[in-house]
Design a protein around this ligand. Structure first.
Ligand SMILES: Cc1cc2nc3c(=O)[nH]c(=O)nc-3n(C[C@H](O)[C@H](O)[C@H](O)COP(=O)(O)OP(=O)(O)OC[C@H]3O[C@@H](n4cnc5c(N)ncnc54)[C@H](O)[C@@H]3O)c2cc1C
Length: 392
């Protein structure tokens, strides 16, 4: 089976949807997803999305991002992300996204390695709030078609350029989708791990396919382990206990209920300390206490975490929960320039599958939703300019 589209986007997470919204409305666009539209990590994001609060915040936000990334970040990308953050938040608000407010102003929360509160949030379901609103908008676009349960299995390469993708679904095993431009937005790699917070169908397919075609990849060994997921003996996706609970005052205890680490250090440092403590204690988890946060704040700010833990038998307002580190985020991926272009002509990559260098060796909490949005908009704008140049 063969078809021709102007642009094909692989992935219906935050980056794929935002690209579709920013691409020219006169182009015929197809977005495919391996699963249903709501099964993407974007729906799972709890903590929030960073924004530069004001000009005075620039230097400290830049330094926090660089320090968390062990100064291996691409400075140009970090600068672009921070400088674009207010515009992106305004775009989201324009699409109907609601962020928590206090006395009529935005309420900002804090997570590990941030030197000040600069994270906007919607309860503890920020990703769902943003992605749902974007999805509603995309569904209104007449030029965009969404195909669920359709998996990219290859890209079409002609004379070294990308000419589209090959996909399959339940009935068709070889669907050739030709397109002027292809955007890979396939998310992370957690499906390859036994313990991960990611959806299991996110297996880094675009990275594997890119490797096969000699597309440049970067930092494939930079994998972020989240320090705190709810310990469970059951198989499957690990439930994240957002870092913002520690930002709001939750503390970590060893088996004797003694604190052993500054909970607001960067993720990789806290993870290392927890693993060391588990080894010392000969346990499979450490304890996290949210009791200091207070019942009212827990129910208002973390209703999803509260409910999930309750279903697992823990009332976080009055008892500790067992937590363990798990694979969470992939800093490496398909190398892209600051307009999200890969090393193959006509092929773009955005979101977690791409590596524009923002995160360096370790991602600062709540930078990934922002990074995905900033660089997917830049990809869309670049494609728009390329179409205009072709017309001249
Ligand atoms: C539990 C959790 C909490 C998080 N909390 C935060 C947070 O608070 N703040 C923050 O900034 N970040 C957070 N993150 C990270 C952030 O959510 C992700 O990095 C971001 O949403 C990735 O978006 P994406 O568009 O790149 O990919 P995703 O949203 O994961 O979407 C990937 C899409 O690609 C599709 N796909 C994959 N392979 C194929 C294929 N072969 N063919 C067709 N389709 C395919 C999938 O079906 C899916 O639609 C969190 C992540 C997790 C897992």
């Amino acid at each position: 089976m063969k078809m021709k589209k102007d642009i094909v986007i692989v992935g219906t997470g935050i980056s794929g949807l935002f690209a579709a919204l920013n691409l020219p409305k006169n182009k015929d666009i197809l977005i495919i997803t391996k699963s249903d539209v709501e099964s993407s990590d974007s729906f799972l994001a709890q903590g929030g999305i960073c924004v530069m609060r004001d000009e005075d915040d620039y230097q400290s936000y830049f330094e926090d991002t660089m320090k968390a990334g062990h100064y291996e970040n691409r400075k140009e990308s970090v600068e672009i992300m921070i400088r674009s953050s207010r515009e992106i938040i305004n775009d989201l608000i324009g699409y109907g996204v609601e962020f928590e407010k206090k006395d009529g102003n935005f309420a900002y929360t804090r997570e590990g390695a941030h030197s000040r509160p600069r994270i906007l949030y919607h309860k503890d379901i920020t990703g769902k709030e943003i992605t749902n609103k974007l999805l509603e908008q995309v569904k209104k676009l007449k030029n965009v078609t969404i195909a669920e349960y359709t998996t990219m299995i290859d890209v079409l390469e002609e004379n070294g350029k990308c000419a589209g993708i090959v996909a399959e679904n339940e009935t068709e095993k070889n669907i050739k989708i030709y397109a002027d431009y292809t955007i890979l937005a396939t998310g992370g790699i957690g499906g390859r791990y036994r313990n991960s917070t990611n959806f299991p169908h996110l297996t880094g397919d675009a990275i594997e396919i890119s490797r096969k075609h000699g597309v440049k990849l970067e930092n494939l060994d930079y994998v972020q382990i989240h320090p705190t997921t709810l310990y469970s003996k059951k198989p499957g996706r690990r439930f994240l206990i957002s870092e913002s609970v520690r930002g709001e005052g939750a503390v970590l205890y060893n088996k004797n209920r003694e604190r052993f680490v500054n909970e607001l250090l960067p993720r990789d440092v806290v993870t290392k300390e927890i693993c060391g403590q588990m080894e010392k204690d000969e346990t499979d988890y450490v304890w996290l206490s949210m009791e200091h946060i207070g019942r009212e704040t827990i129910l208002k700010h973390f209703p999803n975490i509260y409910q999930h833990c309750l279903e697992e038998g823990y009332d976080v307002t009055r008892e500790c929960i067992p937590v363990v580190p798990a694979q969470h985020y992939f800093m490496g991926g398909i190398w892209v320039d600051s307009d999200s272009r890969t090393s193959m002509e006509r092929l773009f990559a955005i979101g977690e599958t791409s590596c524009n260098g923002v995160h360096g060796a370790n991602r600062l909490a709540s930078n990934s939703l922002l990074e995905s949005l900033v660089f997917s908009k830049r990809a869309a704008e670049k494609i728009k300019r390329l179409y205009e140049e072709e017309r001249v």
